[in-house]
Ligand binder design. Structure first.
Ligand code: ADP
Ligand code: MG
Length: 691
């Protein structure tokens, strides 16, 4: 591996800066992919592409120059150019310095009569011929034409001290030096089948494509690679999980399950019963369960999870129930108390609020096997919490729970059964990509008697009127805003500012506030007050999105509704309609951007998460929720699972064929794939074992 230091223009200092970006060798640099691409071709030569950003470019002969001083110590170097399309203007801005001439270099390069290229941002979006200049190049500069201007130009993630221009030049050198060495690891038959360009060509074209076609092809090649490797890793992971023997067996004894059913006070829905059957079958199998339980908000996943934990307890096994937040963990603790009343099963809640002595006692009991069920947050998994015999881990509301945490959970009890629950319906392909190692159960039916939440678009005035009515009836209201504090962003209301206003507006009512940056103690107090009915109106951010269950809350007002994805809107709406009263959700939109009108319409039309998830706009939103966290984990360079659905389909199809023909990737043509998998998912991510 050649160190980056040997690259022209890169010494030890620069090498250290590259190191901060994770670039140490020439190879790293070659595969340091652009964050985006700019179209810096001349106006007539541009061809649009969805992921190609249009950058205004002027090529012309300088007619006039003016050097201006402003009162605010700013200096402006203004050039007027003659171009084939008429006159154009580009201005450079710099802070004035009393000690030297900040425009000395510009004055030398940009003389009247010189032909130059200038790129920058339009001063007014309507006039692309008036730029605030970023970069300029002289017409005779051959190198510049190869990498900086008059072409599609790569834009890289940078770090302080490395300029965009320097980075492009370094990558250009790396491409020249190394593109031939970009070893192709895909079986040739596969590359041919999918029409993928050769890897060395793609490695050049991903940085410096000659045209749109090359760029599209190069991107497709690398996205396919990333997704195929991931799909293979999941399949191998699944096989490996299933090859471990648990070494114990379950018997359905019913000494806990029967009284539990009697405690419920309702019949399980057919869908719940079906999910329980699938889970029990897995738990009784000799190899560990890895299952995702998917069910819309309010479909009753908790009792399904409880059934599984009781089966474990009946057989002397311990369970962990992990919730995404402390507030939710506490809520579940209360729910468990209700459903497990009178049963011979010991459960406890672990929170950050406990006294050190309490905590110590609880952990000791857990290690001694004196507890059957531990309820806590996802953090329990990474903290040093020891079980005597952990046999089942349930993770609630998984979308905050990434791949890495899942691996950590496996490490805690590799023979334990694992049940992951989510309220976000996930389309098949996305499921295979994110949870390819899991089986899936789906609860498609809601408990009987649920009244759909009436959803409307409303003005703020109407929504607040409704809030006053609900409060007068003794009901409670959520009022959600997109951000905690005022930002520069135009037209986004904030929790803090609106809280003050609403307190004044709803005089005589108790108004409270909840957001993620409050101290934990305070958050808990606010939630307790709301749950106990002491608060009338709760002004909050999206923190209340998951799991919160307050039956007396009957109105959800979502402000700046246009800012929320469909999945989030649906989750927020799920916070009401949990009791005997009619409930409403009011969407207050302040502007309509992009596809927000479609999202709001979908919300008004359907209250069913599965129906909503069939719409593309939901999937894009869900992709964001699911994707961001998981992405961070898998750190794809180019792939985006919610966007690259078609390539993902292909990768999964090819994965199936590959493994069917060669389960261990032992054949010669698959050696490259196996090596890549080992480097990435075995050595680096520790997700699979490929010795
Ligand atoms: P989620 O799937 O969103 O986690 P919960 O498990 O919190 O849903 O259930 C929502 C509410 O429905 C709870 O109050 C729960 O007790 C109740 N519930 C669950 N199953 C049934 C059922 N079969 N019949 C009636 N109510 C049920
Ligand atoms: Mg739940």
């Amino acid at each position: 591996m050649t160190s980056i230091q040997f690259l022209k223009g890169v010494g030890p200092k620069k090498a250290e800066l590259f190191g901060r970006l994770g670039v140490e060798t020439l190879d790293d640099l070659l595969f340091y992919f652009p964050r985006k691409w700019e179209d810096r071709r001349l106006p007539g030569k541009k061809e649009p592409l969805p992921f190609l950003e249009d950058a205004p470019v002027i090529r012309g002969t300088i007619k006039r120059i003016r050097d201006l001083y402003t009162s605010s110590h700013l200096r402006i170097f203004k050039t007027v150019l003659e171009t084939p399309y008429g006159e154009a203007e580009a201005s450079f801005f710099k802070r004035h310095s009393p000690r030297f001439d900040v425009f000395a270099l510009l004055r030398k390069d940009l003389k009247e009569g010189a032909t130059v290229w200038i790129t920058g941002t339009p001063e007014d979006p309507l006039f692309l011929t008036r730029l605030r200049a970023d970069e300029y190049y002289l017409d005779g500069d051959e190198r510049a034409l190869k990498m900086h201007i008059g072409r599609i130009v790569p834009v890289y993630p940078l770090t302080e001290g490395l300029t965009a221009k320097f980075m492009r030049e370094a990558v250009y050198e790396a491409v020249r030096a190394g593109a031939e060495a970009a070893g192709d690891f895909l079986p040739p038959a596969l590359a041919a089948k999918r029409g993928l360009s050769a890897r060395d060509l793609a490695a050049r074209a991903i940085h410096f494509p000659e045209n749109n076609f090359e760029l599209v092809q190069a991107r497709r090649r690398f996205i396919y690679e990333e997704l195929l490797l991931l799909a293979l890793a999941w399949a191998i992971k699944k096989r490996q999980t299933r090859s471990v023997l648990k070494g114990f067996s379950y018997e359905v004894k019913k000494n806990l399950l029967t009284p539990f059913r009697e405690n419920l006070g309702f019949q399980l829905t057919a869908a719940q019963a079906h999910a329980i059957n699938e889970i029990f079958a897995d738990m009784r199998a000799p190899t560990p369960m890895g299952r995702l339980l998917e069910g819309d908000v309010g479909s009753g996943k908790t009792v399904v999870a409880l059934s599984a934990m009781l089966l474990a307890a009946e057989n002397g096994g311990q369970s962990l129930f992990a919730a995404p937040t402390e507030i939710l963990a506490e809520q579940h603790f209360l729910t468990f108390g209700k459903f497990l009343k009178g049963l011979d099963v010991r459960f406890a809640l672990l929170t950050g609020r406990m006294k050190a002595s309490e905590r110590k006692k609880l952990l000791a009991d857990l290690a001694d096997g004196k507890l059957d069920i531990l309820i806590g947050t996802h953090a329990v998994i990474s903290e040093g919490v020891n079980f005597r015999n952990l046999r089942l881990a349930v993770v609630d509301e998984q979308h905050r729970f990434g791949v890495r945490q899942r691996a950590a959970l496996r490490a805690k009890g590799d023979k334990a059964d694992m049940l992951i629950m989510t309220a976000t319906p996930i389309p098949r392909t996305l499921f295979l990509a994110l949870y390819g190692d899991l089986d899936r159960s789906v609860i498609k039916e809601m408990p009987p008697g649920r009244k759909p939440v009436k959803t409307t678009e409303a003005t703020e005035e109407i929504a607040f009127q409704a809030a006053a009515e609900e409060a007068a009836k003794g009901r409670q209201v959520y009022i959600v805003y997109p951000v905690i504090e005022e930002t520069q962003a135009e037209d986004m209301k904030s929790v803090k500012a609106e809280f003050e206003r609403l307190k004044a507006l709803f005089k005589g009512r108790r108004v409270d506030m909840l957001h993620g940056r409050m101290p934990r103690e305070l958050k808990n107090r606010v939630m307790e007050d709301f749950a106990a009915g002491r608060t009338d109106l709760l002004v909050a951010t999206q923190v209340i999105e998951v799991g919160i269950d307050v039956a007396n809350a009957t109105l959800m007002v979502i402000n700046n509704a246009e800012r929320f994805g469909l999945a989030s809107l649906h989750q927020l709406r799920g916070r009401v309609g949990r009791g005997q009263w009619d409930s409403r959700c009011m969407l207050v939109a302040h502007a309509r951007t992009g596809d927000s009108a479609d999202r709001l319409r979908a919300m008004v039309q359907s209250s069913n998460g599965f129906e909503l998830s069939e719409r593309d706009i939901y999937i894009r939103g869900a992709g964001e929720i699911l994707g961001t966290r998981q992405h961070g984990d898998m750190h794809f360079k180019l792939a985006d699972m919610s966007r690259d659905k078609e390539i993902l389909e292909q990768a999964i199809e090819d994965r199936e064929a590959l493994l069917a023909a060669d389960p261990d990737l032992a054949k010669k043509e698959n050696a490259g794939l196996r090596r890549k998998l080992r480097d990435l998912y075995a050595a680096r991510w520790n997700l699979i074992d490929l010795s």
